[in-house]
Design a binder for this molecule. Structure first.
Ligand SMILES: Nc1ncnc2c1ncn2[C@@H]1O[C@H](COP(=O)(O)OP(=O)(O)OP(=O)(O)O)[C@@H](O)[C@H]1O
Ligand code: SF4
Ligand SMILES: [Mg+2]
Length: 325
């Protein structure tokens, strides 16, 4: 049985302008210890789809479909049960650690309280475990870091601290939402490599959310590309890179400057950007949301939304070219 099984997930916001479905028809599963990257442009619904797993989309959101963790349905669970799962089974790391860390408290206090309050450890035992975790995320001189405030740390160290805090609960699943976007390219690569190493060492599954398809190669097993709130293409990373099936993925790959596993590799001579911009999630018309930007657009594309259908082995794609209507 999969660790996480997401079926037909949807997130719909309602306000005085009406209803807008910003995530629609998203399905995927993740095995224990596995890794999936969800990739898409800004506004494609990545963050809301991750927040929906844990009931964090807020009171104006209506979340539909099914999210099962080890077979147990999470959608609709009461708040205390969800909080327990968030602390113990699923942990999240976000883009900006400054919003998650308390600026007025030393790193040591913020870390140890996770263990003293949640797990009932003594102060000494909690300190030992936290220092070990700081070492695991490759922070030098951890006892010195313990006494520092968040603003005294570089962005990269702050993000490592957030990862360490997330891992203190020994989660089965780590959800990392654009964990390196605020960092410079070299530090980004270090943190992503660290996440991949920790995943293997600790055997936890990872859901990595990023707008940068170039970051995914070599770090995740599977990739799911989202467009305007819907899944466009999914498959093993190597297969998708070797032969993408959706015109949008193909466009993304052509506009990626750092293709492949070597971040230092020179970019191709000419990068092709995808012209136009995506509709906001939930604002697409009746047909394929990518149609206005698609060079392969044909008859049915404007009229019928393509199904996210299984093709060739473990691949799935939502395009009329692959599964004619
Ligand atoms: N609380 C909210 N109420 C209404 N709409 C929202 C709310 N939160 C997000 N949205 C809308 O949902 C859509 C998807 O947002 P989401 O944050 O999931 O995108 P994203 O793919 O994570 O983008 P980014 O790469 O910029 O983080 C956007 O159009 C956004 O404006
Ligand atoms: S369904 Fe049509 S418009 Fe959409 S990606 Fe496929 S060919 Fe392009
Ligand atoms: Mg986001």
């Amino acid at each position: 049985m999969a660790l996480l099984d997401v079926r037909d997930l949807s997130v719909t916001f309602s306000d005085h302008h009406g209803r807008r479905r910003v995530v629609d028809g998203l399905s995927y599963s993740l095995d224990a210890g596995g890794s999936l990257a969800i990739v898409g442009e800004s506004g494609s619904g990545k963050t809301q789809s991750a927040l929906a797993l844990m009931g964090l989309c807020g009171p104006t959101a209506d979340v539909g479909g099914s999210v099962r963790l080890d077979g147990r349905e999470l959608l609709g669970l009461p708040w205390p049960a969800l909080q327990q799962i968030r602390g113990q089974r699923i942990a999240m790391v976000f883009q900006d650690p400054m919003t998650s860390l308390n600026p007025y408290r030393r790193i040591g206090g913020q870390m140890t309280e996770m263990l003293t309050l949640r797990k009932g450890l003594s102060a000494d035992a909690a300190r030992t475990e936290c220092l070990e975790m700081l070492e695991a995320v490759q922070i030098g001189d951890p006892s010195n870091r313990f006494t520092q405030f968040p603003h005294e740390l570089s962005g990269g160290i702050r993000q490592r601290v957030m990862i360490a805090i997330a891992l203190l609960g020994r989660p089965d699943l780590l959800v990392a939402d654009e964990p390196t976007t605020a960092l410079d390219v070299t530090v980004q690569a270090q943190i992503l490599r660290l996440l991949a190493d920790l995943r293997r060492a600790m055997g936890m599954a990872t859901l990595l959310i990023t707008h940068d398809l170039g970051l995914v190669a070599g770090l995740c097993d599977e990739v799911l590309v989202m467009y305007a709130g819907r899944p466009a293409e999914q498959g093993p990373v190597d297969d998708v890179f070797a032969r993408s099936l959706h015109p949008y993925t193909r466009g993304l790959l052509h506009s990626v400057p750092r293709l492949g596993r070597d971040p230092g590799r020179a970019p191709p001579a000419r990068l092709q950007a995808i012209t136009g911009s995506p509709p906001a999630a939930g604002d697409a018309g009746p047909g394929c949301a990518f149609a206005p930007r698609c060079a392969y657009r044909f008859g049915p594309c404007d009229e019928k939304q393509p199904e996210f259908a299984a093709v060739a082995g473990s691949r799935r794609v939502a395009c009329h070219l692959e599964s004619p209507p």
